[in-house]
Design a protein around this ligand. Structure first.
Ligand code: PLP
Length: 321
């Protein structure tokens, strides 16, 4: 694809004050960081490009992963762009909304009747056996995920001019929240900002170890029973029995004096329609969990502080050409 240099970051995503939502929800100083504007429509672009280029640099010809769909669309896009092959495993009973796009990017898709986490482990073994670069969360290459998502924090501070009071992020594996937190922590250590924002983490009551551990007041992440989780089309990106960066995300919540909450599917959907109505952005319902959480936990009577809602994905407006 023209116009993308290999040493360029994927590009800053939009950041703006959501004045219409402020009025509708009676909130003050509400800002949106729209990760859905990335090339393949989610925050995953922040890490996919890094992984694909690292894989190529290390001499691999294939990048592999397990995914609910969004990460697979992103990795396969960048693999295609940089002349690499990709192998993408997707749970068979997921909606598979992005499978066509993943195939159009030239990836081999493996669909298996297994849970997401089981596919992550399966692809870990396959990667070892076939000399593929493993880009799934929790791999030996996963430090790059944190690095990739730190850039969201840097952009927020440069776009807002200072650190906000709160940052709200949806939770699946916890990687995105942990990475953004790490970015703020680095800026604090360097004296760029005085205080790290309070983090608001949100996920699905259909199953997420980070919110579950938080609710039990545990400082250590507790895995859930695989048969206890229930994937739905809306909650697919967030539901998990194991969150690969769950401990890091939980630490970030405690260290930032943050809070975690469950948002049900119908609420995710409702807030995505509010965002569409008031700010004219079409977002994935799962990514609207971050706004729903803000509406639920922010105390309107306390001193207003800047609140940044990270919307992680746009609704499907991609084409496969
Ligand atoms: C759109 C979207 N939002 C949020 C998440 C959760 O991110 P993480 O797994 O880094 O916690 C995902 C994960 O797949 C996602 O696709």
């Amino acid at each position: 694809m023209e116009g993308i240099e290999e040493d360029e970051p994927p590009g800053k995503t939009p950041f703006f004050r959501a004045k219409n939502l402020e009025r509708a929800l009676k909130l003050k100083n509400l800002y949106i960081k729209f990760e859905g504007a990335g090339l393949t429509g989610t925050q995953k672009d922040r890490i996919s490009k890094l992984h694909v280029l690292k894989a190529r640099e290390k001499g691999y010809d294939t990048v592999s992963l397990a995914t609910c769909g969004n990460y697979g669309a992103s990795i396969s896009y960048f693999a295609n762009l940089y002349g690499m092959k990709s192998v993408v495993a997707v749970p068979q009973y997921y909606s598979g909304e992005r499978n066509e796009e993943i195939r159009a990017n030239g990836a081999e898709i493996i669909e298996m009747p297994a849970k997401y986490e089981d596919l992550v482990e399966y692809m870990r073994d396959q990667s070892r056996d076939n000399a593929w670069y493993d880009s799934s969360p929790g791999s030996e290459n996963s430090e790059m995920d944190i690095e990739g998502y730190e850039t969201i924090a840097y952009e927020i501070v440069s776009q807002l001019g200072h650190a906000p009071g709160y940052v709200s992020v949806p939770l699946g594996n916890g990687t995105t929240l942990a990475g953004i937190y790490s970015g703020f922590e680095r800026m604090q250590r360097r004296g760029v900002i005085r205080r790290v924002p309070r983090f608001i983490g949100s996920s699905t009551p259909n199953g997420n170890p980070i919110v579950a551990s938080w609710k039990r007041k545990s400082r250590t992440i507790i895995e859930l029973e695989p048969q206890s989780i229930r994937e739905t089309k809306v909650s697919e990106p967030l539901v998990a029995y194991r969150s690969y960066d769950g401990q890091k995300a939980l630490n970030a919540l405690y260290r930032s004096n943050g809070i975690a909450t469950y948002i049900a599917d119908d609420e995710m959907y409702r807030y995505s329609t509010l965002i569409e109505h008031f700010e004219m952005l079409s977002v994935l319902p799962a990514s609207a969990a971050s706004l729903a959480a803000v509406d639920r936990v922010i105390n309107r009577k306390s001193e207003p502080r800047d609140i940044v809602v990270v919307l992680t994905g746009r609704n499907k407006i991609w084409t496969t050409q």
